[in-house]
Design a protein around this ligand. Structure first.
Ligand code: AOS
Ligand code: ZN
Ligand code: ZN
Length: 383
């Protein structure tokens, strides 16, 4: 089984996956939860240590504020990881009740643009190259604000952020069709995100969060289309049942994950340097967090391994000859192949544990940090 295509493939993990999280009704606390960004990075580093797959950690500003960014960067490197995308946050401030970059009040737009400029500064100090923007902006009622006016304000605000960024920075623009407002959101879909990116410039690219679509949406079509335009900047991988649940990627629909990664493999976008940042955007509310993240990166690796097994020549022949069932069979043959033993062998050959979840449990890390992390306040989804 040739899985060489996995060489160099990595996944970025989110700092917010390790802090306490929960539902709209209750945040659950776990013993040993991280109290600051350093401890979140230590937890994230466990995922990389045991899988060899997760060498970057996304940060969230202001949830992950520290006094000395280069110190945090050095700390991360000593732990074997580095700082990945910087996520702005314009959804936890009273000022943003009516929006941030689209707000009708120019003073609030100014504050939101300045926050993004601050994030660019954090990137300069941490060596991060990606500014990831997800906006909570939207409307609950028809007529509440001008749909068109908000797009103009958005374009203007994004322009200022883009122009303030460096030549080696990327602006990653995420879309979501609902929440926190429900009549409309200001970046509801990939088309809107892409239009803004196209007018900003080449360094602006779309983030596809797999949880942010209506049921039944053909996500792999969107992946293909963005790749065609060279504008797929990143994924936020997760799984959903009804809404943006941020559940473990590949847990609800592993076949969908395979289909998405098939489009990636078709144009070699899984290779390092392709420009697609494969990130997780997840919260582990009821399961253990570090093993949850380990499971997530392994699920992505497994789906990618299966996508790499697709016999592209046989597929192209069947498609050309109009062999409908034959073409589908080529895809299903790859998907149905059990790659677990081959992946375990591959890990072993690289000095990694065959079963990273089991190895984490045996490592005693959870007990050690529970003993160490006494006092202070644990970080929660948010701070
Ligand atoms: C929100 O629904 C988005 O998925 C964003 O990516 C958000 O920044 C992330 O969930 C962390 O809060
Ligand atoms: Zn997301
Ligand atoms: Zn989301």
């Amino acid at each position: 089984m040739n899985l060489d295509g996995l060489d160099g493939f990595t996944i970025e993990v989110p700092s917010w996956a390790y802090g306490n999280s929960g539902t709209r009704f209750k945040v659950f606390t776990r013993p040993g939860g991280p109290r600051d960004p350093y401890e979140k990075i230590s937890d994230a580093a466990q995922v990389n240590r045991l899988t060899g797959l997760a060498n970057r950690v996304s940060l969230h500003i202001p949830w992950d504020l520290v006094e000395d960014w280069s110190d945090l960067g050095e700390f991360a490197e000593k732990a074997g990881v580095r700082i990945g995308a910087i996520n702005s946050n314009v959804f936890q401030d009273d000022d943003y009740r009516l929006g941030s970059l689209c707000n009708p009040d120019p003073a609030i737009r100014r504050k939101a643009v300045d926050h993004h400029k601050h994030c660019l500064d954090v990137m300069r100090q941490t060596g991060s190259k990606d500014l990831k923007i997800w906006l909570p902006d939207g409307l609950n009622y028809a007529g509440q604000d001008s749909l068109r006016g908000r797009q103009e304000r958005l374009a203007e605000s994004l322009r200022e952020i883009y122009d303030a960024s460096d030549d080696d920075h990327r602006i990653l623009l995420e879309y979501k069709f609902f929440e926190p407002y429900f009549y409309s959101t200001d970046i509801p879909d990939w088309g809107t995100s892409l239009l803004h990116c196209l007018s900003l410039g080449e360094r602006a690219q779309v983030v596809l969060d797999t949880g942010h679509h209506a049921p039944g949406t053909n996500i792999e079509f969107i992946v293909m289309q963005l790749l065609r335009q060279n504008r797929l900047g990143a994924f936020d991988f997760n799984s959903r049942y009804y809404a943006d649940d941020d559940l473990i990627v590949g847990s609800a629909d592993p076949f969908q994950l395979f289909r998405i990664l098939s489009e990636i493999v078709a144009v070699d976008a899984h290779r390092p340097g392709s420009g697609v940042n494969f990130m997780l955007d997840q919260c582990h509310n009821i399961e253990e967090k570090i093993p949850g993240q380990i499971r997530s990166v392994l699920n992505v690796e497994q789906a990618l391994a299966k996508a790499l097994l697709i016999d592209q020549d046989a597929l192209a022949t069947a498609q050309r000859e109009g062999d409908v069932l034959g073409a589908n069979e080529v895809l299903m043959d790859a998907y149905e192949t059990d790659v677990r033993a081959a992946l375990a062998d591959r890990r072993e050959a690289r000095g990694l544990p065959r079963d990273p979840v089991k190895a984490f449990k045996a490592s005693g890390y959870a007990a050690t940090v529970t003993a160490e992390r006494v006092g202070g306040t644990q970080a929660s989804w948010g701070a």
